[in-house]
Design a protein around this ligand. Sequence first.
Ligand SMILES: [Zn+2]
Length: 289
Amino acid sequence: MIHEILPHKLSNEFRVQDPKPTDFLIRYNGSKTLLKKNDEGYVIPQVGELLAVEGKTLADFEGHYLFSIDDTAFFLDDSLAGKTDSAASAAPEGFEFMGNRTFRGMNPVERMGGATAAHIAHWESLNKFCGKCGNVTIRGDHERSIICPKCGNIVYPRISPVVIVAVRNGDKLLMAHNIDNPNPRLFLISGFVEIGESLEQAVHREVMEEAGLRVKNIRYFGSQPWPFSDSLIAGFTAELDGDDTIHMQKEELSEALWVKREDIPEYETDVSISCCLIENFRRGFTINP
Ligand SMILES: [Zn+2]
C-alpha cells in the first residue's frame, strides 16, 4: 500500500528546518503541483534544480518544511495558491503543473511523499483566511495547525475518514465501479463516514445505499492514508446477510455485481487497500495485509 515504503521511513513530526539543494520542493498552485518531466514521466523537482532554472539561490527560497523521508525533506512553496492569473500556472521549461494522480506513477518514496505533501498543501490552501472571522491566517509554530491571530481560531489538518468493504457471498465478491473513477476496473463499495456514526455503521449504510444489501460479520482488515482525496481509509471484510439481489445506486455507481472468485483478475497491491482487499479474497481470505 502507498504508505508501506520500507526500508524508507517517513518522519512527519512537526519541526522547522532549512532546505538543502537535494530536498524535494512541492510548488502548489491551489490544485496542481509543479513536476519535472523526463523520459519516463514525471518526478518531483529538487529545491536546488528549480532555483537554478529560475536563476535563484537558497537565499531566495520561498517555502516551508513539511516532513522528511529518510534524510530528504519535502518543502512546500504555496505562494501561487489562491492566485487565479496565468502566473499561477506558468511553469519553467521542462516542468509542468500536474494533478495529484501523477504521483501514482512515481517510485514509492516520491509517490508517498508527493501525494502527502499535496494533501497538506491542499489543506493549507483552503485555510488562507479564517473561516470564523475572515482574517488572514498564519501557520502554527509548534504543531501542524493554522491559526487566526485575530480571533484565535485553530484549524488542524483535514483528514476525512472513509470505509471500504469487501462483501463476500460464498465464493463471490461484491464489486462495483464508481462513475467518477477514470479507472474502468471494478473495485469495492466505499464511502465517506458521516458525522455521528461509527466505522462499522458506515459500512452497513454504504453497502445498503450503494447496493441495497445487508451485511454481517464485519471485520477490520487494515487502514491506509489516501492523500488523493484527503482521506484515511479503513478497510473491512463482511458477509452478505440475507437477500443477494443488488439494487445499485445509479447516482454513484455505473456497475455493481457479484463476481466469482475465479473470474477476478489479479490486482496490484502496492498502492491501494482496495486492491489488497480484492487480492485477499481472490487468494481465499487467507492473506493478512
Ligand atoms: Zn479569526
